[in-house]
Design a protein around this ligand. Structure first.
Ligand code: SIN
Length: 517
């Protein structure tokens, strides 16, 4: 058994920020950050747009950012949480700056503030079009200087350890988290990690769909583990589809064309070359994401086309190229000359607005288990996340989790007798291809039946098909030694099930959720 004071699952912005703060405050305590791929592989790394913060209270105000967030969330945000996040944003930005993060400046030396859908003002601080990459690198560099943090890449958290894994547990006391079972991918061994405090910062779920802006690692592991541990999981029906992923016929991670490009003045046209957003919303290209994605979906259904276009040809070249070098490089690689050609785009799964229910300090319903970042449902996003509120949410809640867990760490250790992981009755898998097939099937079911526009009939179909996959996979799980592939498949099936079940239960359309009558 391996013992730490703090166990952090995930190495994106939320997990690393929390780890850094805790490590600095408690130099005598030990922390492990476990992450299933390379240390920098996370949704954070691919975030392009930036972070929404009210900087200039003459042209902007906290009230406007609060109202924009509430409007996007379509009546389901928690107003207190929204107010807290918006008002604490400048402090968190200053902290990032003190750690060395760099954001673009304008000619007057102030921040170059970008704009995205649903924002009534320019308020997005950004590092070119690779803001997430800049933050990830900054945090990794800070964390590497902390001697009390063990950053363990290629370590896959398989399940949380709760009361159910304690030998003498009689089902009497409230559920508590004691650590996690973690697969060391190099040795193939599942180790028991015990920890007083556990933070889930395991990111998103995009891989449950065929086309997603999320990397391969985004398989909803944290949400699925928390669900198995009996934490409350909410708002799973609110999957946000980004309106403009680069059109690509190959399934997998699709390249994002940041909403900030529309904020810069790019226009959406259908294949016939006509502008269409005006007929859907008076804010046109800068309506909130749910509205723009549905508008594109409706255009595609009407025309039978496979994509629409993002037209940038009229934009001022110097500043456009300066702001979006990464996106324009990608277009160039694909032979798209943005000055002459329009960029083909389609909506793709992008962000989970729901997740593990937490309070204002990131505490879940399981004692000593915290969650923050995309895997958490904090009340900020409601039915639809406002653009560039997610990096902000990760920072704010990492800080709040840190504050609360700094109090809890002083609790006396409960002596418990935790069961080790048992592999009894399992054998090495003969082939992994069945797992690959089932993963593809889950993605096809979700893309065909649980996309931007849903119906009860399609949801029922999805549920029936998922049941078959669930039974097959559980059978495999009972007989086979755990591998990351098998674990991810189980987690994806759980995520798909939760999205379908919570979509079936929702009777009114809100924000990013739309079910036909
Ligand atoms: C984007 O750059 O369009 C994505 C930003 C976000 O998801 O908030």
């Amino acid at each position: 058994m391996i013992k730490h004071d703090f166990l952090i699952i995930g190495s994106g912005l939320a997990g690393l920020t929390y780890a850094l703060k805790v490590a600095k405050r408690f130099p005598d305590k030990s922390l492990a950050v476990v992450t299933k791929a390379a240390a920098n592989e996370s949704n954070t790394k691919y975030a392009q747009g930036g972070m929404a913060v009210v900087i200039d209270t003459v042209t902007d105000s906290y009230e406007q950012h609060i109202e924009d967030t509430l409007k996007a969330g379509d009546g389901l945000c928690d107003r207190d949480i929204v107010e807290m996040v918006v008002r604490e944003a400048p402090d968190r930005l200053n902290e990032l700056l003190s750690w060395g993060a760099e954001f673009d400046k304008n000619t007057l030396g102030g921040f170059d503030l970008g704009r995205e859908g649903g924002h009534s003002q320019n308020r997005i601080v950004h590092h070119k079009d690779i803001t997430g990459f800049e933050l990830e690198e900054t945090l990794l560099s800070q964390v590497s200087q902390c001697k009390n943090i063990k950053l363990l890449s290629h370590h896959f958290a398989v399940d949380l350890i709760t009361n159910h894994h304690i030998k003498e547990w009689k089902g009497k006391h409230d559920n508590q988290c004691y650590g996690a079972y973690v697969l060391d991918e190099k040795t193939g061994k599942i180790e028991t990690y015990l920890s007083k405090i556990v933070l889930l910062a395991s990111g998103g779920i995009g891989q449950v769909y065929q086309n997603t802006t999320n990397p391969k690692v985004a398989t909803g592991d944290g949400v699925a583990m928390a669900y198995r541990a009996k934490a409350s999981i909410q708002h799973m029906e609110f999957v946000q589809f980004h309106p403009t992923a680069l059109y690509d016929t190959r399934p997998g991670q699709t390249f994002l064309i940041s909403e900030a490009v529309r904020g810069f003045g790019a226009l959406l046209r259908n294949k016939a070359g006509a502008l269409f957003m005006e007929t859907y919303d008076e804010r046109k290209e800068l309506a909130s994401r749910d509205i723009v994605s549905r508008a594109i979906d409706s255009e595609l259904k009407k025309s039978g086309d496979e994509h629409v276009y993002l037209d940038c040809r009229h934009l001022e070249p110097t500043s456009f190229e300066n702001h979006f070098p990464n996106i324009l490089q990608k277009c160039k690689e694909l032979g798209i000359d943005w000055k002459k050609d329009m960029i083909p785009v389609v909506p793709a799964a992008h962000y989970l607005c729901g997740g593990i229910l937490t309070d204002e300090f990131g505490q879940t319903q399981i004692a000593n288990l915290f969650a923050c970042g995309e895997c958490a449902c904090t009340g900020l996003h409601g039915a639809n996340r406002l653009a560039s509120n997610s990096l902000l949410e990760a920072l704010i809640f990492a800080h709040r989790c840190y504050e609360k867990s700094s109090e809890l760490i002083h609790q006396k250790d409960k002596i418990v007798n935790v069961l080790d992981w048992s592999e009894a009755g399992t054998t090495n898998p003969k082939e992994l291809i069945l797992i690959t097939h089932n993963r593809k099937e889950v993605q096809a079911i979700m893309s065909n039946y649980v996309g931007i526009v849903r119906s009860d009939q399609r949801l029922n179909r999805a549920m029936n098909r998922l049941k078959v996959l669930y039974e097959e996979t559980e059978d495999l799980y009972k007989k086979t030694k755990i591998s990351p592939q098998l674990s991810e498949l189980r987690n994806l099936i759980t995520i798909a099930y939760l999205i379908v079940k919570q979509s079936q239960a929702r009777t009114e359309n809100r924000g990013g959720f739309y079910k036909e009558g």
